[in-house]
Design a protein around this ligand. Structure first.
Ligand SMILES: Cc1cc2nc3c(=O)[nH]c(=O)nc-3n(C[C@H](O)[C@H](O)[C@H](O)COP(=O)(O)OP(=O)(O)OC[C@H]3O[C@@H](n4cnc5c(N)ncnc54)[C@H](O)[C@@H]3O)c2cc1C
Length: 369
């Protein structure tokens, strides 16, 4: 009898008498694409294992906790930009679901702030943070998520895929393998794949063409709260050092009353030039830009700061669907926002979901023959 940890957090027990499902699916990455694929496979016959390098889930849709605050320091929220997302999110449970009421306004190079024209849309997160998306999707599955496991090598063993992590432990064999990290990290994995086949070269070339915007997120906390008519400000002419500024206190349950917490996503130019600046130096420069933008010198002195660099924050372009699917006939799949070419949680989620559906279909066809 063995025990393993499942996506829903419960320990399950299997006996040697139980019939094992015939197909093994391995997924690299528990971001929105990986979680979406696992969700699509939830009613299939496959045993699904996710290998995730971090201790959490949801990838660049990330949440952190500090001093009584909770903040989404990667993706800020999920838009109901398509009917599938609008339908799915409430079905994952409306308890603790947060819809940010305040709108997004705009500002330009000179710091002039103007009312935006954002349509009446949902901007969703959860009181416990945006990582709830992957947590709730995975809770609907029986998927095994193996954390703190960074995949380093892939090999083709007979007609299956075996993954080797950085501790030299093997995982698999898998009948189907789905790789979901950002394109440059996927390229590194594909280049470390022992498989002599032209389809691999085609996939590497396509993924290698995806370019990324780098963003350094700077988090600034203040022991006071000033009201504004907006939740977020976006720099529309892309000429300001601050690309995006938002108020985490507009999300229920994120910031204690009477405090404020800004998420500043710095411009790609600022972020690239100052990627390795010590956090206090980067924080101080960011604070002075915010004080000027909001015309309040108190913002020059946050009582604490935090940061996160996102080298591969947002893909600038996508790849051709035929290239993305070139190795699927050999059971090798890729998914993520970089396939679509849009750095959006919902795009990654549905790209992962649709890929998971193709995996389920391919496995059920091979079961019939
Ligand atoms: C600063 C910032 C702001 C954003 N704002 C928004 C927003 O407001 N709204 C929105 O919709 N989107 C936003 N996005 C984009 C959104 O976060 C991404 O589009 C989405 O997370 C992509 O999902 P994914 O599954 O494709 O990739 P990821 O989220 O990157 O997930 C990939 C996963 O793979 C794991 N991984 C990588 N390499 C390995 C390995 N070798 N072994 C094992 N695991 C590995 C990673 O740890 C990660 O968990 C933002 C992103 C950033 C960085």
């Amino acid at each position: 009898m063995s025990q393993s940890s499942r996506g829903n957090g419960e320990l399950t027990e299997t006996t040697s008498n139980e019939v094992e499902s015939s197909f093994q699916v391995g997924i690299v990455g528990a971001g929105p694409a990986g979680a979406g694929a696992a969700y699509a496979l939830r009613d299939s016959d496959a045993d699904v294992t996710i290998l995730e390098k971090s201790g959490g889930v949801c990838g660049r849709a990330a949440t952190r906790r500090k001093d009584g605050c909770r903040y989404d320091h990667g993706a800020n929220y999920i838009k109901d930009a398509d009917p599938r997302t609008a339908e799915l999110i409430p079905t994952l449970g409306t308890e603790e679901l947060v819809n940010i009421d305040e709108p997004v306004w705009t500002f330009n190079e000179t710091g002039e702030i103007t009312e935006g024209n954002s349509r009446d849309e949902h901007k969703w997160t959860w009181t416990k943070g945006i990582t709830q998306l992957a947590k709730r999707l995975l809770a609907e599955t029986d998927v095994d998520v193996t954390h703190r496991t960074r995949v380093a090598d892939i090999s083709r063993v007979e007609k299956a895929w075996v993954l080797t992590d950085t501790d030299n432990t093997d995982h698999g064999p898998f009948d189907a393998l789905l790789i979901t990290p950002p394109a440059p990290q996927t390229v590194t994995l594909l280049e470390a794949t022992a498989w002599q086949d032209n389809r691999l070269e085609t996939l590497i070339a396509a993924a290698g063409d995806v370019e990324y915007r780098t963003i350094r997120t700077v988090v600034l906390h203040y022991p006071f709260m000033k009201s504004y008519p907006w939740y977020g400000l976006v720099n529309v002419d892309k000429e300001h050092p601050v690309g995006w500024l938002s108020r985490e206190e507009c999300k229920d349950g994120h910031v204690p009353d009477g405090e404020s917490l800004f998420i500043a996503q710095m411009s790609p130019e600022w972020s690239t030039n100052r990627y390795d600046d010590p956090v206090d130096v980067a924080g101080s420069d960011t604070a002075s830009h915010i004080a000027a933008l909001l015309d309040d010198e108190r913002y020059e002195n946050p009582d604490w700061i935090d940061d996160q660099g996102w080298r591969y924050a947002l893909p600038e372009n996508g790849i051709d669907n035929r290239a993305a699917r070139v190795a699927e006939s050999a059971g090798l799949y890729v998914a993520g926002d970089w396939i679509v070419g849009e750095g959006r949680v919902n795009k990654a989620l549905w790209n992962g979901y649709d890929t998971g559906t193709r995996i389920a279909n391919a496995l059920s066809i091979s079961q019939q023959v």
